[in-house]
Design a protein around this ligand. Structure first.
Ligand SMILES: Cc1cc2nc3c(=O)[nH]c(=O)nc-3n(C[C@H](O)[C@H](O)[C@H](O)COP(=O)(O)OP(=O)(O)OC[C@H]3O[C@@H](n4cnc5c(N)ncnc54)[C@H](O)[C@@H]3O)c2cc1C
Length: 525
């Protein structure tokens, strides 16, 4: 069963051992866990819904509560302490496209606010009900999960958009295919959510961001159904796919999507290499991403992230052996870790791997081989469970991400980490989605919690605001793959400009003139 007040499924834990606890105490200090609210108390505190009935809806307090938040840090304060909770009046669980049409038509007539809900993994408050006198209904898409068509000849699958990552991969894998989209939230997030937030998966170097995967779609908007056909390419005017990508629930419900699928690779290897410095690591991955040689993933943990990952593993016997080996090879303590994946025809995998090995050697690095890679692959969706453990220990954790051109990557990473550390957080970064022109930067920051939910919120807000301003003023995009939601909305103008924001607003207005769809997210209202 899914946890109602934390990340992931009940029963999956991420315990921390002595070396990691010591590292946290040294780097972050000690925090205090705020008093936790019980489910019973929260449910009792909910106000009466403003409406009683609506097609395919329930007023069940548990559903109202658990559909009122995602996974942002402010959301964690809500479900852990009960502060700032504002729930929808009702929650719908439609089973078919026709039922969604019915929901939209009724909401349009009665000016009811609708919030599409995929897997509830948003980290930017996309799902927060607005402060409004109008009734708010959240629409959970999870029942729309059928594979409608698999065109093996054209490598296209048409799928209902409420399908989760594991449901999609299982259905494709049995037929010998993969979509190749593996965000770290894979266990819970949905195809519709990926499209609406412009998500990126761990293997984006081979399969691309969702923008590349999406070929066509159907969206039920308040003004009618928008259909985008999956042509292999087209020059027929402005690309309507781009109106749907990143739409964050503002234009309607993405009910189905045609996605590019791949035949399962004949061979896939994942391995780890260590580089003697951040500079060497960045030069190496830049060169690899510009070489034209196919890789599936190149993920560079910069030295601080490498150090923290290693302290997570430091209680294991094999890690001690590894440390001994690295000391023998005289790799400096400030090393950085490259996790790589290569997939495809065995001959091509061999070629890519031998090129990578040659390059790692040229930068005085060490290839550790596949054991560490296999462990990474096995545990790749487990790491987010650490958020539950950290909260219980009195630590808040959040992540932020951006992308910038190669010439700006080291500078912007330094700025982001400095701003967070000046405000008492421990911050570390990795570069994981690479392009010939630049890279994403993904920063994790951990900070001590206090007993007071308001104080925690303001501490986080201060860090988020300062760092977001610095990102957009220093050549970074406000988001490479998490989207905008509420938390990034105020920084969007710096990136898009006045005309850009007006264009987005007018597109939304033309599809949703009464602003019933997820108002307040991305742009006002
Ligand atoms: C631990 C963790 C790890 C993460 N890792 C990654 C990662 O590696 N890569 C990445 O890209 N993101 C990641 N995220 C962020 C999040 O998973 C993505 O933003 C994801 O795409 C959201 O999908 P969802 O189905 O959960 O959507 P939700 O959170 O339910 O909704 C997000 C937005 O999409 C809209 N929406 C959802 N479904 C539809 C639909 N069918 N039609 C119209 N609008 C819709 C909602 O209204 C909302 O505005 C992570 C989040 C967490 C908590």
């Amino acid at each position: 069963m899914r946890r109602w007040n934390g990340w992931g499924f009940e029963g999956i834990e991420y315990p921390l051992h002595e070396p990691a606890l010591r590292m946290l105490e040294e780097r972050v200090g000690t925090g205090e866990k705020p008093k936790e609210v019980t489910l019973k108390r929260l449910i009792k505190s909910l106000p009466e819904p403003k409406i009683k009935s609506f097609p395919h809806a329930t007023d069940c307090p548990f559903h109202r509560l658990t559909h009122s938040y995602g996974q942002s840090f402010p959301d964690w304060i809500k479900f852990k302490t009960g502060a700032f909770i504002r729930t929808p009046d009702l929650v719908c669980f439609p089973q078919t496209e026709e039922e969604i049409e019915e929901i939209v038509a009724k909401a349009k007539r009665q000016k009811i606010v609708l919030i599409p809900y995929g897997g509830g993994t948003s980290v930017l408050r996309h799902l927060e009900p607005p402060e409004t006198d109008r009734p708010v209904v959240t629409v959970d898409m999870k029942e729309l999960k059928r594979i409608i068509d698999l065109d093996e000849n054209s490598l296209l699958a048409t799928v209902e958009a409420g399908i989760t990552g594991p449901e999609l991969e299982r259905a494709l894998n049995v037929k010998g295919f993969t979509c190749g989209h593996f965000p770290q939230s894979f266990e819970l997030s949905t195809l519709g959510g990926w499209i609406a937030t412009r998500s990126s998966g761990q293997f984006s170097l081979r399969y691309g961001k969702i923008e590349k995967i999406l070929q066509g779609c159907k969206v039920i908007t308040p003004t009618g159904t928008l259909k985008v056909n999956p042509y292999p390419a087209s020059a027929s005017g402005i690309e309507l796919k781009n109106v749907v990508l990143g739409s964050e629930g503002r234009i309607g419900f993405i009910t189905e999507a045609t996605i590019r699928v791949w035949r399962l690779p004949e061979k896939e290897i994942v391995g780890v290499a260590l580089l003697p410095s951040d500079e060497a690591g960045i030069e190496l991955i830049k060169g690899l991403s510009q070489s034209g040689i196919p890789f599936t993933m190149l993920r560079l943990s910069l030295s601080k992230e490498t150090e923290s990952s290693m302290s997570l593993m430091a209680h294991k016997w094999w890690f001690k052996l590894l440390e001994g080996y690295l000391n023998l090879r005289r790799l400096p303590a400030k090393r950085c870790m490259l996790t790589y994946a290569i997939s495809g025809h065995p001959k091509q995998v061999r070629l890519s791997l031998s090129y990578l090995k040659k390059e790692v050697k040229r930068f005085d690095g060490v290839v550790l081989g596949r054991l560490a890679g296999r462990r990474w692959l096995r545990d790749r969706f487990k790491l987010p469970y650490i958020r539950n453990t950290l909260w219980d220990l009195g630590y808040g954790v959040d992540t932020l991400e951006t992308a910038t051109v190669w010439s700006n990557v080291p500078r912007l990473t330094g700025i982001i980490e400095r701003i967070l550390e000046e405000r008492g957080a421990y911050a570390f970064s990795h570069l994981s989605h690479l392009y010939p022109t630049g890279s994403s930067i993904y920063t994790t920051f951990i900070f001590p919690l206090s007993k007071d939910p308001e104080e925690n919120y303001h501490r986080w807000l201060n860090m988020k605001q300062k760092v977001s301003i610095a990102i957009v003023k220093n050549g970074g995009t406000i988001s490479h793959h998490h989207g905008v939601g509420i938390d990034h909305a105020q920084y969007l103008k710096e990136e898009k400009g006045k005309i850009g924001i007006e264009t987005i607003t007018n597109i939304i207005k033309s599809l949703d003139p009464d602003r019933i769809m997820n108002p307040g997210k991305m742009v006002k209202p």
